[in-house]
Design a protein around this ligand. Structure first.
Ligand SMILES: Cc1cc2nc3c(=O)[nH]c(=O)nc-3n(C[C@H](O)[C@H](O)[C@H](O)COP(=O)(O)OP(=O)(O)OC[C@H]3O[C@@H](n4cnc5c(N)ncnc54)[C@H](O)[C@@H]3O)c2cc1C
Ligand code: SF4
Length: 345
């Protein structure tokens, strides 16, 4: 009889892995440090997801409900793994409440941490209340309040969305592309235009990386929704007391540009999970140079540097929800094969 598979992290990747394993008749212990399951899309209150257009609370909420109702999945919320000993087929995890879990294998689906825009002080976040992040705009939309300036609740007439905040920025040690923020920003721009047709929306970009979704996001936002794109290097976001002022250089015409706005949105990137050092220490897995959990070789789906410990989703670097789910399924398959081989040996 095989031991359960321990899954740490109940975002899209961990939920997919739990669902796949339970569907194959394999018992699972699913541990998350938060009090609710669902990962970033639920915990951070995302609105409509790209590219499906489904509300996060329905799409990811549905995955949560299926896992919570499955008798083969034991859910442990508000818990962390503090110790992890043993070998493939026979591990023992000690949780933060002192209890222990026997496991045949483990899947790390511990995701990412949102970039904190205070690390980019020259772009106004934390200084001006109407400089917000994409996460805050998602929350305004998903709560039904609509997009409003936090300072006084007015409807913005001009919104700037600044791409690559906390990504592709070597000065602050974040050279990776966060993969999803271009598409999310095009989507947010179209949703603002739909809700507030008189509002002008500008996207400041270095490059547009709407992987595989150019027609439905990049072109559609310009042609149908009249979103304006400015290829620019942004110098600073200040205020004249009335409006926010975005200063920078238009890199196509090589001229300085200064434009007033009511609201500025930072398209924040995906940092490595702040817990990764401690996760790596507890599970004995390697991290890659930026602090994401390092993948093992291509030979085994979702392998880490430690046999029997697998990884899936944004724990390994910026990923979309679709890719996180696919990786969760792949890691589940690898863990399933391993625990059954060990049980049969
Ligand atoms: C503003 C924004 C909008 C986005 N919108 C979209 C979108 O529309 N479509 C899309 O495809 N992608 C979107 N993304 C990306 C999406 O958030 C990720 O692809 C997805 O959340 C990754 O899923 P995951 O399960 O790997 O990680 P996460 O969602 O980060 O889940 C990780 C889970 O692990 C738990 N955890 C973390 N550390 C520990 C620990 N030490 N112990 C126990 N539990 C732990 C966390 O509590 C969390 O529940 C967006 C990203 C941002 C920043
Ligand atoms: S997806 Fe777009 S906004 Fe996000 S880091 Fe990459 S280029 Fe920048």
């Amino acid at each position: 009889m095989s031991k359960p598979v321990l899954i740490v992290g109940a975002g899209p990747a961990g939920l997919a892995a739990a669902g796949a394993l339970a569907g194959a008749g394999q018992s699972v212990v699913l541990v998350d440090k938060e009090s609710r399951l669902g990962g970033a899309p639920i915990l951070s209150g995302y609105a409509k997801l790209v590219p499906s257009g489904e509300w996060a609370k329905d799409a990811i909420g549905g995955m949560v409900r299926r896992v919570e109702q499955d008798a083969l999945v034991t859910v442990r919320t508000g818990a962390r793994v503090e110790k992890f000993e043993g070998e493939p087929g026979s591990f023992r995890a000690t949780l933060s409440d002192g209890s222990s879990v026997e496991a045949g294998a483990a899947i790390l689906a511990t995701g990412f941490t949102h970039f904190d825009s205070v690390n980019k002080p020259e772009w106004g976040f934390g200084t001006f209340p109407d400089v917000v992040t994409t996460t805050q705009v998602e929350q305004m939309m998903s709560s039904g309040r609509g997009v409003r300036c936090p300072s006084d609740g007015r409807k913005p007439q001009r919104v700037a969305i600044l791409l690559c905040v906390g990504s592709r920025d070597r000065q602050i040690g974040r050279e990776w592309c966060s993969k999803i923020c271009c598409t999310v920003s095009c989507n947010i721009a179209m949703e603002i235009r739909e809700e507030l047709p008189d509002c002008h929306v500008y996207i400041y970009y270095m490059d547009i990386r709407t992987y595989g979704l150019n027609e439905t996001y990049y072109w559609k936002s310009q042609e149908e929704f009249k979103v304006k794109y400015i290829k620019a290097r942004i110098a600073e976001v200040t205020s004249d007391g009335q409006k926010l002022i975005v200063k920078g250089e238009d890199t196509l015409v090589k001229r300085p540009i200064t434009i007033p706005f009511d609201m500025v949105v930072h398209a924040i990137g995906m940092d490595p999970n702040v817990d990764n050092k401690s996760i790596a220490g507890v599970f004995g897995v390697s991290l890659q140079e930026h602090g994401h959990i390092a993948r093992g070789s291509y030979g085994t789906s979702g392998a880490t540097s430690r046999p029997g410990v697998f990884v899936a989703g944004a724990a390994t670097g910026p990923e979309t929800i679709d890719d996180s789910i696919a990786q969760g399924n792949a890691a589940a398959m690898a863990a399933f094969a391993m625990v059954h081989q060990k049980a049969a040996a």
